[in-house]
Design a protein. Sequence first.
Length: 580
Amino acid sequence: MTRLAGRGVSAGIAIGRAVVAVRDARQVRYRLASSGVDRERQRLKTARQRTRSELEEISSRVSRTVGPAQAAIFAAQLLMLDDPLLAARADELIRQERINADWALERAIGELHAVFAREGDEWLRERIGDLADVRGRLQRNLRPGRDPLIGLIREIEPPLIVVADELPPSLAAQLDWTRVGGLVCDIGSPTHHTVILARSLGVPTVVGLGTATQLIGPGQRVALDGTTGEVVIEPSEEGLERWRQRSEIAKSALRALDELRTRPAKTADGLRIRLEANLEIAEEVGRVKDAGAEGIGLYRSEFLLDTANPDAGSEESQYEIYRSLLEAMRPMPVTIRTFDAGVERVQPRASGHRERFGLRGIRAGLQHDDRFRSQVRALVRASSAGALRILLPFVSSATEMRQARSLIAEIVRETGAGESVPIGAMIEVPAAALTVDHLAAETDFLSVGTNDLIQYTLAIDRTDERLAGHYEPSEPAVLRLLRTIALRSRRARRDVSVCGEMAADPLLVGLLVGLGFRTFSMTPAAIPIVKRGLAALDGRQAADAARRALRARSVDEVDAVLAPMADAMHRAAVDGTAAT
Ligand code: PEP
Ligand code: MG
């Protein structure tokens, strides 16, 4: 048994067999049940045949168009394909060690690579590049046209634990999560989009383990606690029993929270608070309703761009999705945020790096006008199906908001629908927070994205686990900005909600209530927990704590100010007064 300590970012207990996915999940390793051996051998055989015909085709084309000498490169690659140390060795590994074809191939190539590198022969050493080429072709042909993890997850017996170095959100959005018991990542943070997705699907997750993909072997049994961040590899039989008991306790606690579903959220002294839900995958709307949300406060539409369906971003397909979402939630409001994507998602391969500071959100929307136009058209066309609100991400000035609004107004005129759809702005860039009065004049509502607001205010990349300890929602600088937003939006009589992860923490919600916020949007699973916390909160005590927190000089001072409120909430919640 080995115990690892990471960061719990999505609550719950999971026990299952590991599937290890590395290098953006392009390499996936798992152990086969005996029934899977023939299937994997067949996959390898088919991949080899495909690779052979591709190489033959390339070789004869190059011979015709360039010359036989150049075609010899591919003849050498064909020879490698027949090398008994390659495909035959991989086949042997599948049979003997019962490992999946992708992993067997990776191992056989590794062995062959070592032979090539060891030999004194210059010619052989130079063939290493060709070997990499053959490997890439074989790997692609093992899973033509799709990421291997997507198919594998459907094939392996659940529950499984995905152990990844980093799981990109674009891939996470395509997985069948009903078969995944838990997720463990080498890197990651609570506000990474894959983690946000796992949380909203209720998949227990631990991140920031550093070397989990090296320490956890494919097929090993893994138990994890998404609250404490504990991960155990190959627990003993008694250990496993304790993990099962823990899992039962966690589930029964959730059932106890269930009864809060139909009650409105209120503080102990009667302040009415509105709780809405964040949603990433439209088909999951049932979770929103089950949680007792009063609407959708944030639908992250960019996840649509990541689905396996290449047509998913088309106007028609968006229209259908928005319409059914609005119908499912009617009469409750559905706030759909336009694509918060950088050029790498809006125009694949336009940019090799991730867009954290550059061309993303509404900036990308205004520049890549066509994509934005077709999204807005789909939205306004669907608007008659329910109570739609359009939310614009990454707004940094009133001027930008004005431009976006006039473009939307033009589309509304052309389409002849959606005249009365409210249009709001995300406040997630410090510039927007500081000019919220001007922005309020251009918007119908505001939504505070604390995930980004914190990262840009503190200059801390929210996905960089090396800085995780510095990513502090209760930094005085952040609290001052939040207070400014709450005050000025109230003065401008604009609805304002908080939809970042901060709103899912019952204690921090207490602070946010004290700062003046009354509407929150969060992952559905957090709604009953926050409701319970609020029922134990005294609004006056919260306002007093917030006033003092605003004068604090450090996170420690803020924590000290919040401690009595936290204790009182804890006492009331534990006494059960919260549930009444
Ligand atoms: C935020 O920034 O707080 C937010 C809600 O948006 P996202 O997490 O999608 O960036
Ligand atoms: Mg954001």
